[in-house]
Design a protein around this ligand. Structure first.
Ligand SMILES: [Fe+2]
Ligand SMILES: [Fe+2]
Length: 255
């Protein structure tokens, strides 16, 4: 299928990436990825996006798993390109909806009625068992959202990093995978420099991530980082200067 990439499949456990765009509000400089993990007929959907792609994504997911078998839907943070269709997904599945505790009270503004469906993540994150393996919610606060998590899948060793690793590059010019980090770096720099809160958070996240064995980093926007390119990305990201380092320039007035 077009807009669909199999990231991992060992016969028992499967990870799929969808790259569905809202045709009407298409952003020509930023692609959007959605992810699905399946094991033993049970599924986890990651950052399913806005209402504009709900129908298309529902159909795409249905080709792999009955959406009624989705056990969890994980929202890395509160943005509309991540959680905009939380109401639609809540009525069309019986999945538990996992999001930072910071955002639970705001989900009603996306039309979510049944707050009992939400699993609120504490700031330190945590781990849930998934089949014979586990999923780890790694704190990514202020990178960029103040209540933000990345998701590590212990079986595939894929880190679903949310907005961290996002490349500002039109979908037409985007390589599915990074094959030269230095060539890819310019597409990372402006986004991370402006959206990330500060270097201390970047370092804290990299430290938490390095605890795990990482085969691939899969961001919500842009290209995948596999193997050595994931390692190079982490080394680059821990040196990123974010908002805190640019405070004076951003505010303009004398501090
Ligand atoms: Fe975001
Ligand atoms: Fe995003």
């Amino acid at each position: 299928m077009k807009n669909e990439t199999l990231l991992y499949d060992d016969g028992v456990h499967k990870c799929v990436m969808f790259s569905l765009e809202d045709e009407e509000h298409h952003d020509y400089s930023l692609s959007v990825n959605q992810f699905l993990i399946i094991q033993h007929g049970s599924g986890v959907l990651i950052d399913p996006g806005s209402g504009a792609i709900f129908g298309e994504l529902y159909d795409a997911v249905s080709r792999h798993i009955d959406p009624a078998k989705l056990k969890y839907i994980f929202f890395s943070h509160q943005d509309p390109d991540v959680a905009g269709a939380i109401a639609e997904w809540s009525v069309s599945t019986s999945a538990q909806l996992i999001v930072s505790k910071l955002w639970t009270r705001f989900m009603g503004h996306y039309g979510l009625m049944d707050m009992g469906r939400i699993v609120a993540l504490e700031d330190q994150g945590g781990r849930i068992k998934f089949g014979s393996d586990y999923l780890q919610f790694i704190p990514a606060h202020f990178l960029h959202s103040p209540g933000n998590f990345s998701l590590y899948d212990s079986r595939s060793k894929i880190l679903f990093s949310g907005d961290i690793g996002a490349a500002v590059l039109s979908p037409q010019n985007l390589n599915k995978e990074v094959d030269n980090f230095e060539e890819h770096r310019p597409y990372l720099e402006s986004f991370h420099g402006r959206y990330m809160a500060g270097n201390r958070f970047c370092r804290a996240w990299v430290k938490c991530v390095r605890v795990h064995e990482i085969e691939m980093i899969a961001p919500q926007h842009g290209s995948l980082f596999r193997g050595e390119f994931a390692t190079q990305f982490l080394s680059w990201f821990e040196e990123v200067d974010g908002g805190l380092e640019q405070c004076e320039a951003l505010y303009g007035c004398k501090q």
